[in-house]
Design a protein around this ligand. Sequence first.
Ligand SMILES: [Mn+2]
Length: 305
Amino acid sequence: MRQIDALKSPRFTQVSTFARLPLCAKDEEIKAAFLGIPFDDATTYRPGARFGPMGIRQGSRLLRPYNQFLDTYPFDKLNACDLGDVNIVPGYIEDTMNVIQNNLYEIISAKDMVPFIAGGDHSITLPILRAIYRKYGKVNIVHFDSHYDFWDSYWGKKYTHGTWLRRAIEESLIKNAVQAGIRASTFSKEDLKDKERLGVSSFTIRDLKNNIDAVIKEINSLTGPTYISIDIDVVDPAFAPGTGTPEVGGLTSFEIIEIVRRLRFDKLVGFDVVEVSPPYDVSEITSMLAANIIYEGMSVLSLNL
Ligand SMILES: [Mn+2]
């Protein structure tokens, strides 16, 4: 009984939520919320991203209310909260995509808020974009990744964590696509021509490392609603080992955090960090990085308020 009374006290907050934020309440006015999507059946190599939301919540417990680099109190300004996880259907990607799309649309159509989503593998971004499209129409996508993710199919299948961007473009969900950090070996030289065919503005890790300012400038020149998708594997495995398809030679944790801090948008409509796989993590470093990326994203959003 004593424990139950203690949990009712306002002095105690949920410890299993993102950054110890309260769970979202139905009738509350919120500007941003954390949402977990624990689905990893579309991975092609190491699984484990289904534990991403849980790991990122755990890695977020040290986040404090004030961000000195952006001079903002993101959680207060956004009245941020944790929505919990989407109830996905393990093993059934198309059913899961429908659940994600419907759940997310229900949330964003009811409230004028920005979801900060923790994956899950990258396949979740397609149904997210479908829900976003239903509310906002075509949006810009800013995509940080070591992989192009515009392959046509894997094993003859159209929905995987490496095909979502092509599907989103085919479904006309995207206005402009900018991606950065690309470095993985590919299946053939021919594949690279898809950048032009699909109209994706693509920066390799070399482009990014050599001229971070130019990439940020291009991203910040986008107008209209914009969605950010960050595959944690854009970061070097030395800083983010807990992921499904690691590629060496990536960004440092400082670089990705600093890039996110410098992003500015007309209208940010959603943000995800995907492919965090806690079973392959070491000392929670990947989960803590993902949690901090979301914190910086919320901080940038809060600057407009
Ligand atoms: Mn990737």
